[in-house]
Design a protein around this ligand. Structure first.
Ligand code: CUA
Length: 335
């Protein structure tokens, strides 16, 4: 669908209309003031021109009223841009809940995608319309940047960490995406298409490409072959190393006091640089896996650890929660 605002790419995500509206507003304010100031400038140049060679202008004093007015009005206008911009920014960059996870690895010069169900793609990404899609992104070499103009989303992919980005497409179709960070000789060719499909069509596509191990299953294999199980337990139940069941998304207390939320970035760091944040009660005995696993394998191990926590909520439903008894409900939660 072409945007209602001319000269911009088509608009095909839940956020793109908001971005366009803000952009249109800023453009409007800019054009209005360019015209206003130019007109006043021309008028003053003519109105107050020097009329004879010996003319001495009348001295003028400042005007508090005028100066206040031309400070306060621009401030108010600038604040509308700030608050509107912040609102759109937070809507876009706060991580989405209930999204479909897709793992992305950028490398010179291609984009590799892997779906949670195992399907792999290169330079093409198939997604269903009307669902939130969360991209968890890493790079094997230099900085790249995912840019999908039709969705108005853009995010750097940075060595040594994960970045995330989410979108929800509103129109089936093929949308060009680009690498938007100069990354070497074939940077300009590092792109492809996001293919947005109707949900049924997407299910068809998924089943037509089945038969590849899911990232979580591949991660489980790595967990065993890399020897993680010898310390963390065959089923990640813990041992010489901390239990990893349900660790994703939980608060982990560190040996030096503070606690951190175990997100993708923390899991990644703990695999590559285990001494950085040691869980309280455990010694610094874990070796680093830096250089032994590729970015894709790391994402698979992370996907496996995440699958351990998404499986977790199923167990408590087996027996009634203890807080069902009226007396027991007073226990404070959290912390
Ligand atoms: Cu990758 Cu530019």
């Amino acid at each position: 669908m072409q945007s209602w605002f001319p000269f911009v790419p088509e608009s095909a995500s839940t956020i793109s209309g908001d971005v366009d509206a803000l952009y249109f507003y800023i453009s409007g304010v800019t054009i209005f003031f360019v015209l206003l100031i130019s007109a006043v400038l021309i008028y003053f140049v003519i109105r107050y021109r020097r009329r004879n060679a010996y003319e001495i202008p009348r001295p003028i004093e400042g005007s508090i009223k005028l100066e206040t007015l031309w400070s306060v009005i621009p401030l108010l206008i600038a604040m509308t841009i700030f608050f509107w911009g912040a609102r759109v920014y937070f809507a876009q960059y706060r991580p989405a809940k209930n999204a479909i996870d897709i793992y992305v690895v950028g490398k010179q010069w291609m984009w590799k995608f892997q779906h949670a169900t195992g399907q792999r793609e290169i330079n093409e990404l198939h997604v269903p319309v009307g669902r939130k899609i969360k991209l968890i992104m890493a790079t094997e070499d230099v900085i790249h940047d995912v840019f999908v103009p039709a969705f108005r989303i853009k995010m750097d992919v940075v060595p040594g960490k994960y970045t995330t980005l989410w979108f929800e497409a509103t129109q089936p179709g093929r949308y060009h995406f680009f690498c938007a960070e100069y990354c070497g000789m074939n940077h300009s060719g590092m792109g492809g298409y996001v293919v947005v499909m109707e949900p049924a069509e997407y299910e068809d596509w998924l089943s037509g490409n089945a038969g590849q191990a899911s990232p979580a299953a591949a991660g489980r294999g790595l967990f065993e072959s890399l020897g993680c199980a010898s310390c963390h337990g065959a089923n990640a139940e813990g041992g010489r190393g901390p239990a990893l069941l349900g660790v994703f998304g939980s608060k982990v207390v560190l040996s030096n006091g503070p606690s951190v939320t175990a997100d993708e970035g923390y899991l990644r760091e703990s695999i590559l640089n285990p001494q950085a944040k040691i869980v309280t009660g455990f010694g610094p005995i874990m070796p680093s896996f830096q250089g032994q696993v590729s970015e894709e394998q790391l994402l698979q191990v992370v996907a496996y650890l995440k699958s351990l926590s998404t499986a977790k909520p199923e167990t408590p439903t087996a027996k009634p929660a203890p807080s069902a008894k009226p007396g027991a409900a007073a226990k404070p939660s959290g912390k």
